[in-house]
Design a protein around this ligand. Structure first.
Ligand SMILES: [Zn+2]
Length: 310
């Protein structure tokens, strides 16, 4: 699923391609993508003759600002936009076509069909779902160390699922949470309430640095993500833990361990992100804990060995 950097990249690309253009007509080929208004015909009719002013982002949602309307679009797993001449053959899985007055189409394609589109009067979009449910934007000035700590610091749940919860901080997904926690040296299973002041500071900085670097790189092309121009992001080549199971940690050389936490694949360096669990307690998920724990022990012993010889 595209996360903040990928959606930001798509928004910027679309902004360059279709801002200022006017919608002549809309074709909806898969009604279930359209969530608001309920009738796809009403959706299409409302957009006719509207000019697209800008495309922005809130959380993982695209926000198309038009004259007198706002279109909120979520790509979910596989949704993608493209711009092409209107007479180009329509590819399979193309569900919504925005025909522009300049002879071009803005097309929405979604193999998995999980994407959504909501139409609102300007301003109304922030007061209603899905955007009304979203928490803080991690790149906003209001997202300070104190704000992050206030949001999550009192919670006993593991830090990773809390960071994935869009109601607290929005835009982070599995890739960037794993990366941020690694960069901060914090194990994903640590209860949020156990983090010390210095760790909150590191986590806050890591989240922002990771997201900024990923935005600059055009996002990560994991699975099928491409920006609005069909180009791949480059950040996947700079990932430290995500998707790097059994590969050496870029910091210490220890093999990266993949576990499951809250149903999500979770990537950890057991040396850079140490965690001694309370006795008798099992982590959430499928508990492949024996392997990473043993590896963590081995790696720690190896590290200690190296130290003692140097
Ligand atoms: Zn490491």
């Amino acid at each position: 699923m595209p996360e903040l950097p990928e959606v930001e990249t798509v928004a910027r690309t679309l902004n360059a391609l279709v801002a200022g253009k006017t919608i002549r007509a809309v074709t909806v080929r898969l009604p279930r993508i359209i969530q608001r208004p309920e009738e796809p015909e009403a959706f299409a009719a409302a957009l006719e003759g509207r000019t697209i002013r800008s495309i922005g982002r809130r959380g993982k949602f695209l926000r198309f600002v038009l004259d007198g309307l706002v279109l909120v679009s979520h790509l979910r797993m596989e949704g993608r936009y493209s711009v092409c001449p209107a007479d180009e053959p329509i590819e399979k899985h193309t569900h919504v076509l925005f025909h522009l007055t300049d002879g071009m189409d803005l097309r929405y394609k979604d193999v998995r069909q999980f994407g959504t589109m909501h139409l609102f009067r300007p301003g109304e979009e922030f007061e209603q779902p899905p955007l009304s449910k979203l928490g803080m934007e991690p790149l906003d000035d209001a997202f300070t160390v104190e704000a992050l700590r206030k949001l999550l610091g009192g919670r006993k749940a593991p830090i990773k699922p809390l960071l994935l919860n869009q109601a607290y901080v929005t835009g982070l997904g599995n890739i960037y949470v794993d990366e941020s926690l690694h960069k901060a040296g914090i194990h994903p299973e640590r209860p949020a309430s156990s983090l010390r002041a210095a760790e909150w500071t590191r986590l806050h900085a890591s989240i922002r640095e990771t997201l900024r670097e990923a935005v600059d790189a055009g996002g990560s092309s994991v699975r099928s993500y491409v920006n609005g121009q069909g180009e791949m992001g480059m950040f996947q080549f700079r990932l430290y833990v995500y998707g790097r199971e059994d590969e050496p940690c870029r910091t210490c050389g220890t093999p990266i361990v993949k576990t499951v936490l809250g149903g999500r694949g979770t990537h950890v360096c057991p040396v850079c992100q140490p965690y001694r669990k309370a006795r008798g307690r099992r982590p959430a998920g499928k508990a492949p804990a024996a392997i990473p724990r043993r590896m963590a022990g081995d790696a720690a012993a190896a590290a200690a060995d190296v130290t003692s010889h140097s």
